[in-house]
Write a protein that binds this ligand. Structure first.
Ligand code: NAP
Length: 339
């Protein structure tokens, strides 16, 4: 039955797709943004026919203002908002504090409003890091915070742990679950896209001249949104306490480049072919933030399985090749990349 769902972070890549799916399935949506004056007109322009089925509220993860109002009349929360920057911040607490406190704030206000269904957008970052001996992961695994992991990874792990601890202590009957996506790609709505899509943009716009020996798992933003909506609509006992990784498959960057060349050759003129030697990554990492992150991933297989999610939520993920093709086509179509 259609209801009203609060989606936090409606301006974001994933938040926008979750709203899109909820509206398409007949739900009404409340969403939070940080700057109402700037963001509400953009959201209304994206869903011009939503009318009263879309309500926009101003609420920051770091303040109580606006959260009570945003929750009024809602049946479920999809808590998507969290800082996801391209570069590593100087102070890791710039990520960790809003991720943890924002999640707890969203949970507390939802519980106070009597909302019994809460879906947290966590990440494979909370599953697959800090275990150098392991290459294959699933929903049972947790990132090891005793290892030295980057601040974003820590922020997502801390936020998911904090949410689960809070629910266990204060709202054990709540149908709480997390969606744990790997790197998210797929069609973009505008140039305000996520850090993950930047990677495909860089592959096709020539800003990566050589390919580092690195790989990532791929998931499609449409599947990530579908998982959120199914987790909201499923019977409570099917989702309570669950973790739902979304991941189609692991691919090396060189394989991603091959897919782009094969499936969208007309936009592949600048796609790199030659490998970047590991020594060069290490040298560049001395002064480039992005290279610092790549350095730690050289030669690593970090394969997260999404099988459990497909089985439990009853749908099949879009093949990664299709996702990559659709990402490239939409980046070109929206004029974001002139390939
Ligand atoms: P995004 O496009 O950058 O969206 C992030 C959203 O969070 C934006 O709506 C942003 O609002 C909001 N936000 C950030 N800091 C906030 C704060 N202090 N107060 C209120 N809102 C705040 O990123 P995304 O890819 O859609 O990511 C959404 C969620 O998915 C995040 O939780 C991220 O960790 C998770 N995730 C993403 C990926 C991926 O590959 N993209 C993979 C796994 C998990 P503004 O517009 O105001 O900045």
């Amino acid at each position: 039955m259609a209801g009203t769902v609060l989606v936090t972070g409606g301006t974001g890549y994933i938040g926008g797709e979750v709203i899109e799916r909820l509206l398409a399935k007949g739900h009404s949506v409340h969403t939070t943004v940080r700057n109402l004056a700037k963001s509400e007109p953009r959201l209304r322009a994206r869903w011009p026919r939503a009318g009263e089925r879309l309500s926009v509220f101003q609420a920051d993860l770091m303040s109580d203002d606006g959260w009570a109002e945003a929750n009024v009349g809602c049946d479920a929360v999809a808590h998507v908002a969290s800082p996801f920057p391209l570069s590593v911040p100087k102070n890791k607490n710039d990520l960790i504090v809003p991720a943890r406190e924002g999640t707890l704030r969203a949970l507390k206000f939802a519980h106070a409003a009597g909302i019994a269904r809460f879906v947290q957008t966590s990440s494979a970052a909370a599953i697959a890091y800090g275990h150098p001996e392991k290459n294959h992961f699933d929903h049972h695994d947790w990132t090891n915070l005793d290892a030295d992991v980057p601040p974003y990874i820590e922020s997502k792990t801390v936020a998911e742990r904090a949410a689960r601890d809070w629910v266990a202590a204060h709202a054990p009957d709540m149908a709480f679950c997390s969606i744990n996506p790997v790197a998210v790609f797929g069609p973009v709505y505008n140039d305000d896209m996520s850090t993950s899509v930047e990677l495909v943009k860089k592959i096709i716009d020539g800003s990566i001249p050589l390919i580092p020996d690195m790989g990532i798992c791929v998931t499609d933003v449409r599947d990530v949104a579908e998982a959120h909506v199914r987790a909201i609509e499923a019977p409570a006992e099917k989702v309570r306490g669950e973790r739902f990784p979304t991941s189609e498959k692991f691919m090396w960057i060189r394989e991603m480049a091959d897919v782009v060349r094969a499936r969208v050759p007309e936009h592949a003129g600048k796609v790199p072919r030659r490998p970047m030697p590991d020594w060069l990554v290490r040298v560049l990492a001395l002064f480039m933030d992005e290279m610092k992150q790549i350095k730690g991933e050289l030669g690593n297989v970090r394969d997260v399985s999404g099988k459990h999610t497909e089985e439990a939520l009853g749908f099949t993920f879009i093949p990664a090749e299709q996702t990559l093709e659709d990402t490239v086509r939409s980046l070109v179509e929206k004029g974001i990349v002139k390939a």
